[in-house]
Design a protein around this ligand. Structure first.
Ligand code: UDP
Length: 252
């Protein structure tokens, strides 16, 4: 399977296109899009999103229409392995967001942070300007109404971002980015990353990051997420079924 972006191979996991791309490769495409004012919609696809997309055709179509779909989490790397494919590396939303801030700081990018509870995106901008002083930030919280949306769109357009990081939770942020594709060259959904960038939520300790089990840390620190995480074993079961269905079928 060929991705929407030239020269990147992709694999099919439960009908969702996952690009065989790592952080460095994603950054090359993002940099190119900013420099050439090219529209680029990036989706970080985690097992939960893929699992729901299998049963929800409009969601699946929306995801598959993105320009870049990165494998967000070890669950996606495992699934690829089960299907006999290799993904170089997992690319999480928070890691890619930090790479974007790094690159943005070197090049004076304008980055709009949209999402999280009132005050959080603003705090993320303040905190991250200390680490990445070259970035020009603007922000807005993620609890706006339909009536407030036109003013928000004007605010973003006036700011003219190079990159829009949308943290409204999946898949709301992905639909929003698709609907508002003209707001910035690069748009990416980042889930709860703005809470982390603001210092409101702690990232998993290094140990969990190194082993790719940040989901386990999140489960321990927020047990209420159990209802969301039960989809993980169900997802792996569906992947194993896909493998049996597709034995002998070439996908790349
Ligand atoms: N959120 C928001 N607007 C909404 C719903 C959610 O800004 O209408 C924010 C929420 O405050 C949180 C993020 O979206 O910062 C979702 O985080 P979660 O950890 O659930 O997302 P994930 O990373 O799992 O996709």
């Amino acid at each position: 399977m060929k991705s929407a972006t030239e020269n990147i191979f992709s694999i099919d996991i439960l009908g969702v296109r996952i690009d065989q791309i790592d952080e460095a490769g994603s950054m090359n495409i993002i940099r190119h899009a900013v420099e050439n004012r090219k529209r680029l919609r990036v989706i970080t696809a985690n097992p939960e999103l893929i699992y729901h997309a299998e049963k929800d055709e409009p969601l699946r179509d929306m995801i598959n229409s993105a320009d870049v779909i990165v494998p967000d989490g070890v669950g996606v790397v495992w699934a690829a392995r089960i299907l006999g494919k290799e993904l170089k590396q997992r690319v999480t939303g928070i890691d890619l967001a930090i790479r974007i801030l790094e690159e943005g700081s070197k090049n004076g990018w304008r980055i709009f942070l949209l999402g999280s509870k009132p005050g959080v995106a603003q705090k993320a901008a303040t905190e991250q300007s200390k680490v990445f002083p070259g970035v020009i930030f603007a922000s807005h919280h993620g609890y706006f109404t339909r009536e407030e949306e036109p003013a928000l769109l004007d605010k973003i357009r006036d700011f003219a971002p190079d990159v829009l990081l949308t943290g409204l939770g999946a898949p709301k942020q992905e639909y929003w980015n698709q609907e508002n594709n003209d707001l910035a060259p690069v748009k990416m959904g980042v889930g709860g990353s703005l809470d982390v960038l603001a210092g409101e939520v702690k990232r998993a300790p290094q140990f969990f990051q190194r082993w790719g089990i940040e989901w386990l840390y999140r489960l321990i620190s927020e047990p209420s997420r159990i209802r969301r995480q039960v989809v993980l074993p169900l997802y792996l079961m569906r992947v194993i079924q896909q493998k049996h269905r597709h034995t002998g079928h070439k996908e790349t």
